[in-house]
Design a protein around this ligand. Structure first.
Ligand SMILES: Nc1ncnc2c1ncn2[C@@H]1O[C@H](COP(=O)(O)OP(=O)(O)OP(=O)(O)O)[C@@H](O)[C@H]1O
Ligand SMILES: [Mg+2]
Length: 139
């Protein structure tokens, strides 16, 4: 069994591709680490960030691409997702647990990503996001 994997792909904008793609990655991470729960956490974060890249970044325009790179080994996974949009105001993301937003059923993706991953960094005005999850048993 390989003890690492690298992947670099340009995905066309198509929301139907997100689930099969993230499922494949999750299986690879589970096989690599033996940590099913962490693999599922990475899957969810990747699903949210790809959905954001396609919907908000690429405005669901099929010819626009999302660049995905994944660098995984038994210690950690680094994911980089970059869309072809204009980004957003990354300094002012509303907290979806705020009392007045409690009943708003959207605006939860980034919050989830930040809970699930150990490091999350937006770049290129938010059209890119780099995320890291560590696989040490303690956390
Ligand atoms: N890649 C991106 N490009 C442009 N804007 C983005 C991007 N990612 C997020 N945003 C902006 O940040 C907001 C918050 O994103 P978040 O994923 O938290 O919520 P949402 O996508 O609106 O709803 P949900 O993810 O709960 O379905 C989005 O509504 C959008 O305005
Ligand atoms: Mg979202």
């Amino acid at each position: 069994m390989a003890d690492s994997f690298l992947l670099s792909e340009k995905l066309a904008t198509d929301l139907n591709k997100v689930i099969p793609f993230v499922e494949g990655i999750s299986l690879k991470i589970a096989a690599l680490t033996g940590l099913e729960e962490k693999a599922l956490q990475v899957k969810l974060a990747l699903e949210e960030s790809l959905t954001n890249a396609m919907r908000h970044g690429n405005k669901l325009e099929p010819q626009r691409l999302v660049n995905v790179s994944i660098d995984a080994n038994s210690e950690r996974v680094i994911l980089d997702i970059h869309d072809e949009g204009n980004g957003f105001d990354v300094e002012n993301i509303p907290d979806p647990t705020r009392r007045d937003l409690r009943d708003v059923p959207s605006g939860r993706g980034i919050f989830l990503i930040q809970k699930l991953m150990d490091r999350v960094e937006f770049y290129d005005k938010g059209s890119g996001v780099k995320m890291i999850k560590f696989f040490s048993q303690e956390s």
